[in-house]
Design a protein around this ligand. Structure first.
Ligand SMILES: Nc1nc2c(ncn2[C@@H]2O[C@H](COP(=O)(O)OP(=O)(O)OP(=O)(O)O)[C@@H](O)[C@H]2O)c(=O)[nH]1
Ligand SMILES: [Mg+2]
Length: 276
């Protein structure tokens, strides 16, 4: 971890080759982020991300978010469907670079980690690199932090992984690795689906620590969404890891099966005893 953090600082200070920055589309999903989106775009442009390599996918903001994006001369498209998951699938149709990096439009993810994620995916040949959120004071309440831990723990159990922050909103993927995925779950479960798709199709997922700042503007994610993500993980297991479901069902049937077998054996044995 220490090595990794030192390497991060090195990349943050030195930056990455501008041709590498050009191979990535930074996708920013937004829904009413008028307070944060300008700050996010300032930071992205400030670290040298080419303007034409930023794509804002808006979910129908009514607060002027789209006007702010247009003022920056940054590409903005209206998403198909509803929810964050549909925004990412919409983005995939517009992305024609080898890599796609996703980050929130609420200023919670510092843009200085964009080069860190790019460096990690290009130097290791991984298919996805997730930014493990290291919460800064005030960025994540106790309930959300606990919920995140529980959901990552559940994911690790269901997909035999050892990841640290499956639901992080900042990650980079090799675009082609996701082209064959079919949308299974919606809204805020998209991150879980992407990772489930990667790990169950033999792709490599890596992680690097990143700072997580308090968001600007109003939170969209609720505790209810956490419960829904958990249900969606179960759905994803049936799709991506059906052997586990069969194993669990088999184990459940084993108990009544053994009980029934034991009853029959005892019944037969006692009948045999009584007739002798
Ligand atoms: N296009 C689109 N973007 C959305 C939608 N819902 C949320 N978003 C954006 O997706 C990003 C993640 O949503 P957040 O509310 O920040 O959820 P979160 O990051 O899990 O939670 P906090 O940042 O801790 O509040 C933000 O940039 C939102 O504006 C949607 O339906 N469509
Ligand atoms: Mg956020």
């Amino acid at each position: 971890m220490l090595n990794c953090m030192l390497f991060n600082y090195w990349v943050i200070i030195c930056g990455v080759d501008s041709t590498l920055l050009d191979s990535v589309t930074v996708v920013v999903p937004t829904l009413n982020e008028v307070e944060g989106i300008g700050l996010v775009l300032d930071e992205l442009l400030g670290i040298g991300v080419p303007r034409e390599r930023i794509l804002v996918v808006d979910g129908g903001s009514t607060d002027g978010t789209v006007d702010v994006v247009r003022r920056y001369g940054v590409r903005v498209v209206r998403q198909e469907g509803r929810g964050k998951a549909d925004a990412i699938w919409t983005a995939l149709k517009h992305v024609n670079t080898p890599y796609m990096l996703v980050m929130d439009g609420d200023y919670s993810y510092p843009a200085k980690y964009v080069p860190v994620l790019i460096e990690e995916i290009t130097s290791t040949g991984a298919d996805e690199v997730i930014g493990i959120r290291v919460p800064q004071p005030g960025s994540q309440g106790f309930v959300y932090r606990l919920g995140n831990r529980l959901l990552t723990w559940a994911f690790n159990l269901l997909f035999s992984t050892r990841l640290h922050d499956v639901l992080s909103g900042m990650y980079i993927i090799r675009t082609e690795s996701l082209r064959d995925a079919v949308m299974e779950v919606g809204d805020f479960s998209i991150e879980a689906q992407i990772v489930a798709h990667m790990v169950s199709t033999g792709k490599t997922v890596r992680e690097v620590p990143i700072e997580y700042r308090p968001r600007v503007g109003r939170k969209k994610l609720s505790v209810f969404d956490g419960a829904k993500i958990f249900m969606d993980m179960a759905i994803l297991t049936t799709r991506y890891n059906p052997m586990l479901i069969l194993f669990l069902l088999g184990s459940l049937l084993l108990i009544p099966g053994l009980a029934l077998g034991a009853t029959l054996v005892i019944g037969t044995y006692s009948t045999a005893l009584s007739t002798t």
